[in-house]
Design a protein around this ligand. Structure first.
Ligand SMILES: *Cc1c(COP(=O)(O)O)cnc(C)c1O
Length: 500
């Protein structure tokens, strides 16, 4: 069965193939692409338990990317999930204390976004060939730290593409900043903005929907696309690791095929956890998806009250990739909660844009039973890092710690004893200052590579090769821009002001 895509806000029944949706990224009406019909799958977990990550990924991706041939999909998968990962399992499942940890940080930028962004460029260039696209694809991305770097690692020197990344100048860790400004590749551009992630993301969305800018790009043989988690080429590859994690639990003898488990997911833009929701729809035995937040707990309030309200103070936390007040991918869940009603979805999103808030109807609220939500304070986050290391000698990063701690809140509140899988989204070496401070229970001034070395002395886990490489990498990107000038910066970088 072919899986076609439509916009969450479209009432005219326009559809697109998966490769067209990958190329386009965002829909023209500002909505997000969703499958017209959810693929019907018969996931055979006894078989999947014998499979490699690459094989599981193929079984999942073939359901969503139906206009790619088997050879094309397998080529994309093999190119994405190879020895750029430092663990052949790609996404190993380990057990520490009572919880399982799905480690998604073994890729080139040591955060989970690699699982999606190593494959997106291949899905995109394959899509460009299939659709006879001659224009150069310009990837425009706002990042809260991890996306931009992971996207550049994926797209660097990929022919027929350029990538432009905006990040909040003071909203990322020292290691993240160093990863960003040292990015190699003639087609990569990195710009720090004097603003926060939401400002960057909102402006990027506006630019992606700016018709005049699109015309200018077309005249210069460029076409925009997005590497943000709104792109289906990022979202659906993430479904694979939920399926793989469950298959691994069977293989390790931790669960019997069919026994339900919970996943706790450190959530920002709602892409990762939404992939879990799709995994559940496909038949993965998941009971609850636990939406774990830091102090920026807009999602916790949403799930617990039915009202999404971004009119609140914004906090910079030690889990910066979750410092988000507008979670883009939530629109897809809202679409399902409305019973796939594009008008109701558009109305709620209109409320969000004009008033900064919207409220679900009681019927919609009843439909969110697949989720449970909680948040932690900075102190609780540090305590979780400390406990895991002190009791189980397992160092975790501050994002993973949010999910690990909220998972325990859930268990205490519900007495649910199902196996709990904590989605581990970053290596402790990506946030060494925060992890050091938490384990030692005293803040440290050491940051960047100094903190990496001190952390290594403490935890005795090998420093990933990509972190070692930062030691001698030259700084290549120095541009700084105001949020209001992002459009102008793009025009300059692409030389759009010259006559054609
Ligand atoms: C991006 C990110 C998250 C949040 O994931 P979303 O898909 O945006 O919800 C959590 N942890 C880390 C380390 C990340 O990079």
């Amino acid at each position: 069965m072919e899986t076609l895509y439509r916009s969450t806000r479209d009432t005219a029944n326009h559809t697109m193939t998966s490769s067209q949706a990958v190329l386009q990224g965002l829909t023209p009406d500002g909505g997000l692409f969703v499958p017209v019909q959810l693929p019907k799958a018969q996931l055979d977990f006894d078989y999947l338990a014998t499979c490699s990550y690459q094989e599981v990924a193929y079984e999942v991706l073939k359901l969503f990317f139906t206009d790619y041939t088997e050879a094309e999909l397998r080529a994309c998968i093999n190119a994405a999930y190879g020895d750029q990962f430092d663990d052949p399992a790609i996404a190993p499942v380990t057990k520490h204390g009572q919880q399982y940890y799905l480690e998604l940080f073994h890729g080139p930028t040591i955060a989970f976004k690699d699982l999606a962004l190593q494959i997106l460029p291949h899905l995109m260039t394959t899509a460009a060939k299939k659709n006879h696209l001659t224009a150069e694809v310009v990837i425009l991305t706002a990042t809260s730290g991890d996306t931009g770097k992971a996207a550049m690692a994926g797209f660097a020197d990929v022919p027929q593409t350029k990538i432009i990344v905006f990040y909040p100048k003071d909203g990322v860790s020292a290691i993240q900043k160093q990863q960003m400004v040292t990015q190699a590749g003639a087609n990569t551009h990195v710009i720090a903005i004097n603003g926060n992630f939401d400002e960057a993301q909102t402006t990027v969305k506006q630019l992606l929907n700016d018709h005049e800018l699109h015309e200018q790009l077309r005249a210069h043989q460029f076409q925009f696309s997005s590497a943000n988690s709104i792109n289906i080429g990022r979202l659906f590859p993430q479904v694979a690791y939920y399926v793989y994690a469950y298959a691994q639990l069977i293989k390790q003898g931790q669960v019997k095929n069919g026994q339900t488990v919970n996943f706790s997911v450190p959530t920002g833009n709602f892409g990762d956890i939404l992939a879990g929701y799709y995994a559940k729809q496909l038949g993965t035995p998941i009971h609850k998806l636990i939406c774990a937040s830091n102090r920026n707990n807009v999602l916790t309030d949403f799930f617990n009250t039915g009202t999404y309200d971004k009119n609140r103070e914004f906090f910079l936390t030690s889990s910066p990739s979750m410092d988000i007040l507008v979670s883009s991918n939530l629109e897809r869940l809202v679409f399902y909660l409305t019973g796939s009603d594009p008008i109701a979805t558009a109305n709620l999103m209109h409320d969000l844009q004009t008033t900064g808030r919207y409220t679900l109807t009681p019927a919609m609220r009843a439909a969110i039973k697949d989720f449970w939500a909680g948040f932690v304070t900075e102190q609780q986050d540090q305590t979780e890092i400390h406990h895991l290391f002190a009791r189980h000698h397992y160092p975790i990063d501050p994002h993973t710690a949010v999910a690990s701690a909220v998972a325990k809140q859930y268990q205490a509140a519900t007495r649910d004893e199902r196996p709990m899988v904590v989605v581990s989204t970053a290596s402790p070496y990506k946030f060494p200052q925060a992890v050091l401070g938490a384990i030692n229970q005293t803040p440290t001034a050491a940051d960047g590579l100094t903190a990496v070395d001190q952390l290594h002395d403490l935890i005795q886990v090998p420093i990933p090769a990509t972190v070692q490489a930062l030691r001698n990498a030259p700084v290549r990107h120095k541009l700084v821009s105001e949020p209001a000038d992002m459009g102008t910066t793009i025009k300059q970088l692409l030389n759009l002001n010259k006559e054609v």
